[in-house]
Design a protein around this ligand. Structure first.
Ligand code: ADP
Ligand code: ASP
Ligand code: MG
Length: 410
């Protein structure tokens, strides 16, 4: 069982979580619980210690100490939930990442889990204790704290489930995975089932209900995942939530399953590039060397002979650095101008049915045109189409696409 930040936001909610855990135990199960920090806590800790936060306090930022600070929110909720369970007469103990251990690599701030030896956890659970595990954190092979990226408690939970050989129930503030973010479109419908692949695309394209890495792990280790509401009492019909499973297990096939959006994008435009081999490799080589992740890329020939224009997107946080890097190769490459626009959003439609149906792109572009939304960049893969638009039109575009594919009538 995994409980997110809003589900453990105060003691009253932690008590409700404890009741849900206790009921699961009464039903005859051994339980491992993964908790996030209280809602808002991680943001507060990040604001002290990330690049701009540290600088504002007159500190030089440091990746490994950043992790020590931001991992602390989960320690608090793990301890509080274990205490609450004990007060209810349920044997329980808290576990920090290093105590299990959850062994992670040393990419601080976005570490990956390498291994979770299940013995210690298993022995404690066999002895009847509920294991209350701090999410989001692991320990590197040389004993340093590492965090798993924002939203990383989902990944902790799926990894623990894989290590213990059980399923993973993700309890959150919505009662399942919806056709789009229910906070943006009230007509969004809950999906009874969604395939790992679609969920992976939805997560990586902005639906933050599950961290992308958690879906990758679930898919690789065949961990059955359910997304459920934590805002219920034991015994109240909790509903089935959404089951994330193999495509073959889904009987009802849809062409499009969901619409996702991300405002975390910035577009970089290069004008007057020389049109000859090696230009892209120099530019994207320099970005890759600096660990800047590039997403959409388009290049087109300019009117003037032998030049081209290029646009690509990066995460908003990386935009300034990306421009700096591009400028640093300007003398080698010889383009005329670079511009950045971070007032953009990426809106995507996702569905495995796209593999076998035509006309999905046409419907998307038509729906956007009907609302007067201009498309700046397009990218596609086998089961998704993404467009980059002016950020001001995000909600409008999400709702228009949601209606265009009939998702409100599922
Ligand atoms: P937690 O703190 O429990 O990890 P998150 O805030 O990380 O919760 O994720 C849950 C949120 O994800 C929901 O409140 C919802 O606004 C958002 N969300 C975005 N897209 C979707 C979607 N397709 N289905 C459900 N929730 C979504
Ligand atoms: N507390 C961490 C975060 O806010 C991890 C999580 O909630 O999953 O990103
Ligand atoms: Mg989350």
């Amino acid at each position: 069982m995994k409980f997110g930040g809003t589900s453990v936001a105060d003691l009253e909610r932690i008590r409700r979580v404890a009741r849900l855990v206790s009921a699961e135990r009464d039903a005859g199960h051994q339980v491992a619980v993964v908790v996030s920090a209280m809602a808002g806590k991680t943001n507060e800790l990040v604001a002290w210690t990330d690049g701009s936060g540290a600088a504002a306090q007159g500190l030089t930022p440091s990746d490994d100490e950043y992790d020590v600070v931001v991992a602390s929110g989960e320690q608090v909720t793990a301890g509080l939930l274990a205490m609450t369970l004990r007060n209810m007469g349920v044997p329980a103990r808290s576990w920090l990442g290093w105590q299990i251990p959850i062994i992670a690599d040393d990419a601080h701030g976005r570490a990956r889990i390498d291994d979770i030896p299940p013995e210690k956890l298993g022995a404690s659970m066999d002895a009847g204790e509920v294991a209350v595990i701090a999410g989001f954190q692991g320990v590197t092979r040389d004993g340093r704290i590492a965090t798993l990226g924002r939203g990383g408690s989902d990944t902790s939970a799926v990894a623990i489930a894989a290590a213990l050989g059980c399923g993973c129930d993700i309890y959150t503030d919505v009662d399942g995975v919806y056709t789009t973010d229910p906070r943006i479109e009230s007509r969004a419908r809950k999906l009874a089932k969604v395939s790992y692949e679609e969920m992976l695309e939805m997560a990586s394209l902005g639906a933050k209900v599950l961290q992308t890495r958690s879906v990758e792990l679930a898919m690789a280790y065949h961990v059955p995942v359910r997304v459920l509401s934590s805002f219920v009492e034991p015994g109240e019909a909790p509903g089935q939530g959404t089951i994330v499973c193999d495509e073959e297990e889904i009987v009802e096939k849809r062409i499009v399953s969901g619409v996702a959006y991300s405002r975390d994008e910035a577009k970089i435009s290069l004008f007057g590039l020389p049109d000859h081999p090696g230009v892209s490799s120099t530019i994207f080589g320099a970005l890759a060397d600096a660990n800047v992740n590039v997403d959409m890329i388009v290049q087109s020939k300019a009117r003037t002979a032998d030049t081209a224009n290029m646009e690509f997107t990066v995460g908003k946080r990386d935009a300034a650095r990306a421009v700096e890097i591009v400028r640093s190769v300007q003398p080698d490459v010889g383009f005329e101008d670079v511009q950045v626009n971070d007032d953009v959003a990426k809106v995507s439609v996702i569905g495995v049915g796209m593999r076998s149906h035509t006309g999905v792109a046409k419907s998307m572009f038509q729906a956007l045109a009907d609302k007067g939304v201009n498309i700046q960049v397009i990218s596609t893969s086998e089961i998704k189409i993404s467009v980059l638009i002016d950020a001001a039109y995000t909600e409008l575009a999400v709702r228009a696409l949601h209606a265009a594919y009939g998702l409100d009538q599922l």
